[in-house]
Design a protein around this ligand. Sequence first.
Ligand SMILES: [Zn+2]
Length: 237
Amino acid sequence: MSAPPTPVPLTPGWPHCGHGADPAHDPIGCRGVHTPGSTACLAHLADADRAAHLAGLTSGSDVDLRGTPLTRSLLNQVLDAVRDPATGNPHFGSAYFAEATFRENVRFNGARFTGPAWFHGARFTGQARFREVQFHDAVWFTEAQFSKSVWFSGTRFMKDAWFDGTRFVEDAAFDMAQFTEDAHFDRAEFSGPAGFRETRFSENAWFSEAEFAVNTATACGVTVGGVARWSDCVTNR
Ligand SMILES: [Zn+2]
């Protein structure tokens, strides 16, 4: 009986960097999207080119870092590049972080996203802080994975927020978060404590087939303006 073939990772759906590609073991290499004017992602640009690209960003700029490996240092450079001098907080237009990998603790606290924010399939290997963030448009964390604690405390989701299939491996705090439109948590997995204290869902809250670890979901003081669908949720053991 032969061993099953090693699954071949799908090629990203965008022109990708390919840094470190190796025909035998990793034919795709770095999945980071090309930085405009280059065939390298922001992480693998020459330092001078990276600095020039970041210098071209300003408060409210669109940012495309799909598939890009982001250290804390590199993310902080991006946050500084879009920082609004009036508020001192980062301000993104459209933000494309789909399948990006955040390799250390990251801090988006106080950031404002005035365009849609895509974090679909992103990987957060360190702690992720999204406290008091304002998402003015829709946001997708579908299929993302938070390997350490994540905080969305006090964050405002002003359009639909999608967490379908998102994996929360440790603590997930949505305390005092506000969802102005629909909140989608279908098939989300909460393996650690899930905090929804005083969370406000002004419209519908969808938690179909969401999975919660035993006795760890705290949802006191939640308000739901529309339908709250918790059917088929699984509480382990
Ligand atoms: Zn790269």
